[in-house]
Design a protein around this ligand. Structure first.
Ligand SMILES: [Zn+2]
Length: 119
């Protein structure tokens, strides 16, 4: 059986809550970091300005990724309050616990995720 036991669901809930806290903190830090780069731009030379801009765009994409993950984590926590958590939102098959342990915010089973990634 692939369905989650209450104990497994509990374990995944605490994983989700931990990563929610972490991501929120990371986003706060990132906002602060990108702000600093913008402030510094007038006082740095041309070469380091390019560096700063590269660093900033890297920070922005890391931030975008963190934001996307945070959204998924929040959705997963909401689904946990209902009954759809742990089931693939595409084919309705239970998502394996091993997969959820690595990615508790996953909303698709591995098979559907692979398909989605290839679109
Ligand atoms: Zn599926």
């Amino acid at each position: 059986m692939d369905q989650l036991t209450p104990k497994q669901t509990q374990e995944l809930r605490s994983l989700l809550q931990t990563s929610k806290t972490k991501l929120e903190q990371q986003l706060l830090d990132a906002k602060f970091a990108t702000g600093v780069v913008i402030l510094d731009q007038s006082s740095v030379g041309r070469v380091s300005r390019v560096d700063a801009m590269q660093q900033q765009s890297m920070a922005v994409s890391t931030q975008a990724k963190a934001e996307a993950t945070l959204r998924k984590v929040i959705i997963a926590l909401k689904r946990m309050d209902g009954e759809s958590f742990g089931y693939c939102s595409q084919c309705d098959e239970p998502i394996k616990f091993n997969r959820l342990k690595v990615q508790p915010q996953a909303s698709h089973c591995l098979r559907c995720q692979v398909q989605l990634d290839h679109i």
